[in-house]
Each structure stands twice: as C-alpha cells, then as structure tokens.
Ligand binder design. Structure first.
Ligand SMILES: Cc1cc2nc3c(=O)[nH]c(=O)nc-3n(C[C@H](O)[C@H](O)[C@H](O)COP(=O)(O)O)c2cc1C
Length: 99
C-alpha cells in the first residue's frame, strides 16, 4: 500500500512508477481531510510513503497523517522523498515519526 502526498505532481508520478499493478494508492491529504485513516494490509504487504521534502523536513500533512493512521504491521516499509536538491535530515526524521 502506497501513501502519497503531492503538490505539483512529482511525488504522484514517482508513486505511480513504483506502485505494483494491484497496489492500493492513498492520497494522504484527502484521507486526512475525509477522516479515512484506518487501513488493512494483506499478508506480506509493503507500506510506502512518497512525498516531497518541504524546508528539509517532513510536512505537517504527512506527520498528521502518520499520527492519525491505524494499520497493522507491514512486511516492509519504504519511503521516497522527492526534492529540488536535498532532503537533508528528512528521511531520518520520518523514521522517528514512524517509530
Ligand atoms: C514549500 C516548499 C518547500 C520545499 N523545500 C525543499 C527543500 O527543503 N529541499 C529541496 O530539495 N526541495 C524543496 N522543495 C522542492 C520540492 O520538494 C520538489 O519540487 C518536489 O519534487 C515537489 O514534489 P510534488 O510535485 O510532489 O509536490 C520545496 C518545495 C516547496 C513547495
């Protein structure tokens, strides 16, 4: 299952390129707005977060979504953070939020 956030489309493009054929893609901003934050993973399913870096960190939308979400334990977690030049410590920060 892929959770994405996009402003201008780059992260959506990355998410579409990475998603497997039948993989569910969830827009984190829409899900947060609509209160759809509970998800069920299939056995062995991976969980990915794809979004842009904003000011070298993780944007509030992504943090709020992760804090609100209810989900089982995924087989594997990954993230792709799109950027203009550098994400600096955003990946490490995401790891702490997820933990
Ligand atoms: C408010 C804002 C802050 C940004 N901060 C950074 C940054 O700190 N480092 C960087 O390399 N790119 C930064 N960017 C560029 C975006 O991360 C980059 O263009 C990204 O691919 C946009 O993804 P999207 O098209 O999915 O919104 C910023 C863009 C915006 C709009």
């Amino acid at each position: 299952m892929i959770f994405y956030f996009t402003g201008t489309g780059n992260s959506l493009m990355a998410a579409k390129a990475i998603a497997e054929d039948d993989e569910t893609m969830v827009n984190m901003a829409d899900a947060l707005r609509d209160g759809n934050t509970a998800f069920e993973l299939k056995d062995g399913e991976r969980m990915g977060f794809i979004f842009p870096v904003y000011f070298y960190t993780v944007s509030d939308v992504v943090i709020d979504f992760i804090e609100a979400m209810k989900i089982g334990r995924p087989a594997y977690v990954f993230s792709v953070i799109t950027c203009g030049g550098s994400i600096r410590g955003a990946g490490a920060y995401l790891e702490r939020v997820l933990a």
